[in-house]
Design a protein around this ligand. Sequence first.
Ligand SMILES: C[S@@+](CC[C@H](N)C(=O)[O-])C[C@H]1O[C@@H](n2cnc3c(N)ncnc32)[C@H](O)[C@@H]1O
Length: 268
Amino acid sequence: MNACALTNEEFDALSGIVYRRAGIHLPQTKRYLVYNRLINRLRKLQLISFGQYLDYISKRDSELRVMIDLITTNETYFFREPQHFDFLEEVLETEYQGKNPFRVWSAACSTGEEPYSIAMVLAHRLGFQGWEVVGSDISESVLETARQGVYLINSKMKFPEGYLKAFCLKGVRNNSGKIAVGSQLKRSVSFININLCEEVPRIGLFDVIFLRNVMIYFDLDTKRLALANVLSHLKRGGYLIVSHTESILGTGIDLELIKKRSSIYRKA
Ligand SMILES: C[S@@+](CC[C@H](N)C(=O)[O-])C[C@H]1O[C@@H](n2cnc3c(N)ncnc32)[C@H](O)[C@@H]1O
């Protein structure tokens, strides 16, 4: 037998751990994905089987975190699903009274492009004061990247006109090919480790919550739990924004769908 084959039992044990820790549902069809994402880690640790890796994890909580980092899908980019950012502009223009700071939570923010995109819209409308963005994720390694706010320029990077110049710095010499989010913007964006399947720390109430491209990894029970956790931090009259490919249908959670095609819900 190939020393590093992933047996059914080992896959079930690993997927059980991932489910209990992060709420991520891994059906058998994800076996090759799990294998591919973990095999180099096994090699690095000089372990010769997934059985040995399971034993290794069971003795080290730090390795459990590394494993969750490797298993999670962190794809994200600036101004992903741009209609949601247009909607945010609309809310600021038509509903925001300016009395209290406008607060937005980007839950499951990955490497930070989503919370920084939100921050750019807020700064564009309100200047650099009177608002706050909180980004959170279960993975500490993506949060480290988010806090640095430095990104390789890539083909998915598309900003509304003028935003790049207004809110980012283009790298030169050693840093050419990169952009850095400007310090004024960064000051109003904070990052915190939050597992959406566990009790959320005291982070206050928000006017808008982005919960995009994470529920696709959850089964119905986990979706319900994550939604309940998130919604307990949404103000009455506030908005929940999920991805176009997601829905809260079937969860029994009662929110008003206000823009069908854009997956935007309002809390009564
Ligand atoms: C595909 S990214 C989505 C990033 C961004 N929201 C977007 O739409 O571009 C999914 C993120 O969800 C995070 N995640 C997965 N399970 C989580 C959980 N239980 N609690 C918090 N974050 C979780 C992953 O670490 C990953 O960074």
